[in-house]
Write a protein that binds this ligand. Structure first.
Ligand SMILES: *Cc1c(COP(=O)(O)O)cnc(C)c1O
Length: 451
């Protein structure tokens, strides 16, 4: 019955619905630690942290209890002109752990909204800062960027498959090449291409220095583009140039925040303090929709003026700073400390590297990319020429289905197999995740070799 109703009524995100009907996707009924259990009682290891957000597992007693305790007080009240206890406590906690200088917290409810907030803040800031520069009205993005699915965040993104169809609806941005060197243009070596990317960044920013409001980057790892790992020094270079040229830096830590790259926030690894920072996915431990955009005192103070001056930030969502979400987030951050989750991430990162090393020479693996506990395994038809599989094979998706038969939930990005264990996952389960993924890749690539 549920299956029928699902097919009759639920329109699934990022899901080709014609194929979905045939595939009998698990209908999840329960979570248990790092497992998900479907209505037929089948158990799956959650290999992608329920789309990159789960941190400590499912049904974590401490987080469950924190939400229950908040339920006994109030589930929701507005932050528009009012305040609430957990939203204040969480703001204070966040300011303690983010890069120093980010002192103001604007809540919203998803990664996309946290990016919308950042881009509107940056734009408005340029118009009403002490020496206004309203001509700074453009944004610079990195090619292949993903910042969410609302029209503003889609404008900042550039994943053709997701974004092209909306072209005419979007505002224009300038883009710099993504500094990754698997497939380099004619005439470049891998090194010379990376050098070119650094130069292009500098050239673009310098030649438009007076028009750019902000640069937005996914620090260290471009997630949705296929877990693309930036070379050391790139983020640092973006910060140096933006600082020198009076351009704001927006760090979209939605995917990389809360430990994924090995430090609490990716910016820490290059000693970068952005002007605006977006966090979402992992903030509540993967329990509830909550996001935040952090800002410096400098940006915040440009919005301070008598109410009639019109400098207020006129933006907010009904569920902004939801108390249940904030309570979950506080409990999650407490567990980060109590259980030294960052140390677990370090151990698991090393384990992933060791376990996945066998794929390095696999004839259908172009590259195994990893930063911390974010992994992308790119499958190709031919490792030498990097010729991709034909799109109609849906190779990445086939691997997902093979993994499902092995009791493992994963979800690819095209033909990039993504492994995203929860930061607190025990080593034995990370090992199982690797074994299941490798087996599934071998199974599918073997089958396709026969085609
Ligand atoms: C997932 C993601 C978003 C969008 O977050 P939602 O909560 O899905 O809106 C934005 N930026 C990055 C880098 C992401 O990975």
């Amino acid at each position: 019955m549920l299956r029928q109703w699902d097919n009759d009524h639920v329109w699934h995100p990022f899901t080709p619905m014609s194929a979905y009907r045939e595939e009998l996707a698990p209908i999840i009924e329960q979570g248990d630690g790092f497992d998900l259990i479907d209505v037929e009682g089948r158990r799956y290891l959650d290999g992608i942290s329920s789309l990159w957000c789960n941190v400590h597992g499912h049904r974590v007693p401490e987080i469950d209890e924190a939400i229950r305790a908040q339920l006994d007080r109030v589930s929701h009240s507005t932050l528009l002109g009012l305040s609430s206890v957990p939203s204040i406590e969480l703001a204070r906690k966040l300011v303690e752990i983010v890069p120093p200088g980010l002192t103001r917290v604007f809540y919203s409810d998803s990664g996309a909204t946290s990016v919308e907030v950042a881009l509107k803040l940056a734009y408005q800031y340029q118009q009403q800062k002490p020496n206004p520069e309203p001509q700074r009205n453009r944004f610079v993005t990195v090619s292949g960027a993903y910042h969410g699915d609302t029209i503003g965040s889609v404008s900042l993104g550039s994943i053709a498959l997701f974004h092209q169809v909306y072209g005419k609806l979007l505002f224009e941005t300038m883009s710099v090449p993504s500094p990754v060197a698997l497939r380099v243009p004619e005439g470049h070596t891998q090194e010379s291409y990376l050098e070119y990317c650094f130069d292009e960044l500098e050239r673009t920013l310098r030649s438009h220095a007076d028009e750019v409001a902000a640069v937005i980057v996914e620090p260290l790892v471009q997630g949705a583009a296929g877990i693309l790992v930036h070379p050391p020094g790139y983020l640092r270079r973006v910060r140096e140039l933006t600082q020198e040229l009076g351009i704001l830096l927006i760090a979209d830590e939605v995917a990389v925040g809360f430990g994924r790259t090995g430090t609490m926030f990716a910016c820490e690894q290059e000693q970068v303090v952005p002007d605006l920072m977006c966090v979402a996915k992992g903030i509540t431990g993967g329990y509830l929709p909550l996001a935040a955009t952090l800002a410096t005192e400098e940006i915040y103070s440009a919005f301070l003026a008598p109410p009639a001056a019109g400098k207020t930030f006129f933006h907010g969502h009904t569920y902004t700073g939801n108390p249940l979400g904030c309570a979950a987030a506080l409990a999650s951050l407490q567990l980060f400390r109590d259980r030294d989750v960052l140390a677990n991430i370090q151990r698991n990162a090393e384990l992933l590297t060791r376990q996945l090393a066998v794929l390095k020479d696999h004839p259908q693996v172009a590259e195994v990319r990893q930063r911390g506990i974010m992994v992308g395994i790119e499958l190709v038809r031919d490792r030498e020429t990097l010729e991709p599989y034909p799109a109609e094979f849906r190779t990445g998706h086939q691997v997902t289905l093979a993994a499902r038969e092995r009791g493992l939930i994963i979800r690819p990005l095209g033909d990039v197999i993504v492994l995203m264990p929860a930061p607190a996952m025990p080593a034995a389960l990370v090992q199982r995740l690797c074994d299941g993924a490798i087996e599934s890749i071998e199974h599918v690539s073997g089958q396709l070799a026969a085609r």
